[in-house]
Design a protein around this ligand. Structure first.
Ligand SMILES: NC(=O)c1ccc[n+]([C@@H]2O[C@H](COP(=O)([O-])OP(=O)(O)OC[C@H]3O[C@@H](n4cnc5c(N)ncnc54)[C@H](O)[C@@H]3O)[C@@H](O)[C@H]2O)c1
Ligand SMILES: O=C(O)C[C@H](O)C(=O)O
Length: 329
């Protein structure tokens, strides 16, 4: 029997990431080739944004996607999130050259308070929320705190682009295929303080640190390169990453919904206090996914170098949280 359609809300639907994302969701790449979807798209209440959204919806129509069971375009979060089973919160101001992601904090915080409240009031109770808009971890925290009647674990932030960047850079260094790499971890904040940790990583079954055998490269080149990749893309394109960000969003939601078959992936999730990360901080950790749920990998040894790195990125998240404390009341 055909599956019933699920409702997928996407904010910032007429933006660059939206344009690289919606067509892939509608073609079944995110939730499966047998899963019909209704797209509920939110854009700013401005003539230009609404016109652009209309154009995107016309193009979606012109694709005649068999799985696209309906579309809603709106400027009202309560319409976009009504009964939504999935929400991809992309809409926010992106940074430009010379800015850090936390420079966007106050500007984007208000958006995530309003949207968290709307999710709280109208979304499906088991909604899966992915925050892409920067600063993604703290925006996810703000939305979670603004939605007290939804389970906290429903709120996640996107660290998958960082995870994929970490895989790719390691594949290039070792000359091995990306899919031979397992157990990559990117701890912490989606910011240059993130900590790509390859201590548990294997490449075609071999321990990555031994195979790479170049600790100086790992510490002085690899870690900063992964952390600063977003800025390098902005420098090169004059615009922030879009296709790779949309691809990571698809990966994140697909894995959460359909499972990872035991494979580790990185998700920004509310902390349960493990690894010395205070409760509720949205922090990148390794997880596996099965049956529509993620489960953090527990019991990993944290050595002195890792502790320092993990605390550094945690401190930045604490500062970001302090910055928005007054707004959260
Ligand atoms: N987490 C990550 O890995 C990652 C990667 C890339 C980009 N990003 C972030 O994603 C966000 C979007 O990037 P983009 O390149 O698509 O930007 P963009 O400017 O091209 O598009 C953003 C869209 O959001 C809309 N928008 C703004 N405020 C909104 C609101 N309150 N409600 C609904 N829509 C709203 C804008 O009208 C615009 O169309 C930025 O914050 C960017 O920094 C995150
Ligand atoms: O770096 C940015 O501002 C965009 C995005 O977060 C990225 O990592 O590419």
């Amino acid at each position: 029997m055909a599956k019933a359609p699920v409702r997928v809300a996407v904010t910032g639907a007429a933006g660059q990431i939206g344009y690289a994302l919606l067509f892939r969701i509608a073609s079944g790449e995110m939730l499966g080739k047998d899963q019909p979807v209704i797209l509920q798209m939110l854009e700013l209440p401005m003539e230009k944004a609404q016109q652009a959204l209309k154009g995107v919806m016309m193009e979606l129509e012109d694709c005649a996607f068999p799985l696209l069971a309906g579309m809603v375009g709106t400027d009202d979060p309560r319409v976009a999130f009504k009964d939504a089973d999935y929400a991809l919160l992309v809409g926010a101001r992106p940074r430009g050259p010379g800015m850090e992601r936390k420079d966007l904090l106050m500007e984007n915080a208000k958006i995530f308070i309003e949207q968290g409240k709307a999710l709280n009031d109208v979304a499906a109770r088991n909604i899966k929320v992915l925050v892409v808009g920067n600063p993604a971890n703290t925006n996810a925290y703000i939305a979670m705190k603004s939605a007290p009647s939804l389970p906290k674990e429903n709120f996640t932030a996107m660290l998958r682009l960082d995870h994929n960047r970490a895989l790719s850079q390691l594949a290039t260094k070792t000359g091995k295929p990306v899919d031979s790499i397992e157990k990559m971890v990117v701890w912490g904040n989606h910011s240059p303080t993130m900590y790509p940790d390859y201590r548990f990583t294997t490449i075609a079954g071999q321990a990555a640190p031994a195979l790479v055998n170049d600790e100086a490269w790992y510490k002085n080149e690899y870690i900063p390169k992964v952390g600063k990749r977003g800025a390098a893309i902005i420098e090169a394109r004059g615009l922030s990453s879009a296709a790779s960000a949309a691809n990571a969003a698809i990966d994140h939601m697909r894995d959460w919904a359909l499972g990872t078959n035991g494979k580790w992936v990185t998700m920004g999730i509310p902390s349960d206090g493990s690894y010395g990360i205070p409760q509720d901080v949205i922090y990148g950790v390794p997880v596996t996914c099965a049956n529509g749920k993620y489960e953090r990998i527990t019991g990993l040894e944290i050595d002195a170098f890792s502790r320092e790195k993990m605390d550094f990125t945690l401190n930045e998240l604490k500062e970001e949280q302090d910055g928005v404390k007054a707004l959260l009341g």
